[in-house]
Design a protein around this ligand. Structure first.
Ligand SMILES: CC[C@H](C(=O)O)C(=O)SCCNC(=O)CCNC(=O)[C@H](O)C(C)(C)COP(=O)(O)OP(=O)(O)OC[C@H]1O[C@@H](n2cnc3c(N)ncnc32)[C@H](O)[C@@H]1OP(=O)(O)O
Length: 323
């Protein structure tokens, strides 16, 4: 559906072709941590209560093989809805993203785009029906942004690679035609806060989740398209205040500000997220894609120009910095 927009088609071509060289250069930078993806199948069986039970059974297991229930797909001729779960996994560094993880996040978004179907009726067991994407962090936090060691040692060329690649990756994520959710059980800082802005929903643990656009404190501006998306989320006035102050938002503050869509009682964010997945995947996928198309249309047209400005700002801020 969204692929109808030429901007989106161009971006996807960039993700799968032009960005590949940069992606491999980032992968070569290495670092600790990884980005994991799992597919979870949600079977719809008549009434919503049954759906819920099935989904809980799968989601309560931590095992990757249990989460990816291929058996369900062969039981019926209609392939079940599939949820792609992306986990930023570098818990000893608050899920800060090293070069390898940036490249792997690109792989994950390529997976999501590859699973997106122009026509949901054409789903097969081999190409299941992507209905939702959830992004989360491993351990206590969501994501502490770029790995500071990577930034400290980055040449201007590496910084430019990161900037261009992450603009492509996050914008491709933002323009997916299925609903996307950030599951926040801890902090989202810097680049991590920018990842939050690429999602449609944000389910936050009210006791533990926080968000901070820390860039101004570090002498930087957002570099992953986060400023443009933040304006889209909360309006220019609030966005500029959040960026200028670099303040830490508690979950409640962020909810009031329009940054987090859902507040979950302490420890219950995964359950609230599962419930939201159930609700969203029970709705008509074409109607959902239309809703996203409608809301993104005006945004996308101004996004191109905002992104160019954002890139220029980041490059000049980065050039000024002494790490
Ligand atoms: C600014 C834009 C830029 C971009 O867009 O590319 C960036 O994203 S730059 C990175 C911006 N991020 C930050 O400034 C976050 C810095 N970290 C923190 O504020 C805290 O670590 C926090 C709030 C995320 C978590 O605090 P907590 O007390 O729970 O844990 P620790 O501080 O003890 O952190 C654990 C461990 O992780 C290391 N760490 C944290 N963030 C990073 C990072 N961005 N890069 C590399 N390493 C990071 C921290 O040093 C600790 O390591 P340890 O060896 O245990 O001391």
């Amino acid at each position: 559906m969204l692929q109808r927009l030429s901007f989106v088609r161009r971006l996807r071509q960039e993700l799968f072709t032009d960005s590949r060289v940069v992606q491999e250069r980032l992968r070569q930078l290495g670092g600790s941590g990884t980005v994991r993806t799992t597919l979870e199948e949600i079977r719809r069986e008549g009434n919503e209560d049954q759906n819920k039970t099935k989904s809980k059974d799968m989601s309560n297991s931590n095992s990757k093989s249990a989460r990816t229930s291929t058996a369900a797909a062969t039981e019926s001729s209609t392939p079940p809805n599939t949820v792609l779960r992306i986990t930023l996994d570098n818990p000893l560094r608050a899920n800060a993203l090293c070069g390898k993880m940036l490249a792997e996040l690109g792989d994950a978004v390529q997976t999501a785009v590859g699973l997106e179907l122009q026509d949901p009726a054409s789903a097969t067991a081999a190409k299941p029906k992507l209905a939702c994407v959830v992004i989360q962090g491993a351990g206590r936090h969501f994501c502490a942004g770029s790995d500071l060691n990577l930034l400290a040692n980055a040449t201007a060329d590496t910084a430019k690679d990161m900037l261009n690649f992450m603009h492509t990756v996050t914008t491709c994520f933002k323009t997916l035609s299925v609903p996307t959710i950030a599951l926040l059980q801890g902090d989202a800082i810097g680049g991590g806060s920018e990842l939050v802005t690429m999602t449609d929903y944000q389910v936050a643990d009210e006791a533990a989740a926080r968000i901070r656009f820390v860039h101004a404190r570090r002498g930087l501006t957002p570099g992953w398209g986060g400023a443009a998306r933040l304006i889209h989320m909360v309006g220019a006035h609030r966005a500029s205040q959040a960026l200028m102050s670099a303040r830490m938002f508690t979950a409640k503050d962020a909810h009031n500000y329009g940054l987090f869509s859902h507040l979950a009682p302490a420890g219950e964010a995964p359950r609230v997220c599962d419930d939201l997945v159930q609700t969203l995947t029970s709705n008509d996928p074409a109607a959902i894609a239309s809703a996203k198309l409608l809301s993104l249309r005006g945004f996308i047209e101004s996004l191109e120009a905002s992104q160019d400005t954002e890139k220029e700002m980041f490059e000049s801020a980065f050039a000024r910095l002494q790490w």
